[in-house]
Design a binder for this molecule. Sequence first.
Ligand SMILES: [Zn+2]
Length: 306
Amino acid sequence: MNKAIYYGIRDVRVEDVPEPEIGPGQVKIAIKYCGICGSDLHEYLHGPFPNTVFGHEACGTITAVGAGVNGFSVGERVCSVFPGAFAQAIVCPQQQLLKIPDSMSWERAALLEPLAGAAYAIERGNIQPSDTVFIAGAGPVGLMVLLGLKAMGVQTIYMTDMVAQRRRKAEELGAALVWDPLETKTPAKIKTLTNGRGVDIAVEAVGVEASLKDCLASTRQRGTVVVQGIFTQRAMVHMFGFVVRETTMIGTNAINPALAHKWLSDGAIAPERIVTDMVPLADIVSNGFEALAGPDKRAIKILIHN
Ligand SMILES: [Zn+2]
């Protein structure tokens, strides 16, 4: 079978490898889609991520069930959050699987894992439906947070992004107001929008100093900054405002699949709307990673398919 194997920075090769062998407690899945995550792109461009996660946003059909597995059977549709799924098939522990209802499309199911990251961040930040929220960044991470907040009934969500296409997408998906942080000074804009108070919660979804600063400076007294962006460089932040405003800052790097699954099943949000490209496994480098790494920033979320 074919599988994309990570060799190192900008070195991913699709190779013919033996089908994985199934063991006790494991389930074998024929992969339908696997999304490219920001962490996959980070590995591709900058080197391995802690607890490597290469190819973990997958969905597919069960083709075999190992000894001792209960609750799953051949032919069922599932999401898997287990790495190694830029492949035609994977074998994974049953704990890493969630069933997909018949009514849910494959495209929506493929977005479960990234939405689960947003679900975790939202829960970790203790965001409430009545909160006013600012999200710095309208890439896949920021847009998933936006959709998660929408699913839980948050009304007022402001967003920024430098890329026009991403700003348009954020508007389309229900952000109250979206602007270019290079053209508009975000803290001043947020002050005006919140009658001088600042937002209750800011979510950093880019991983750069400028947007972290915007988050810290846009949050109200005793507000919270949730950091989900993947930083590749140091950030110099002024700690004076952080102390004076008694800000809480939280890093997040986990998933809550159960909450994301609930949101998807409720059907109030359609995260598949952030998908810009469907790319065959054979083209994962040229039309997948390089499309995301390139300068034109047209692609938002790419699904790899078999
Ligand atoms: Zn992911």
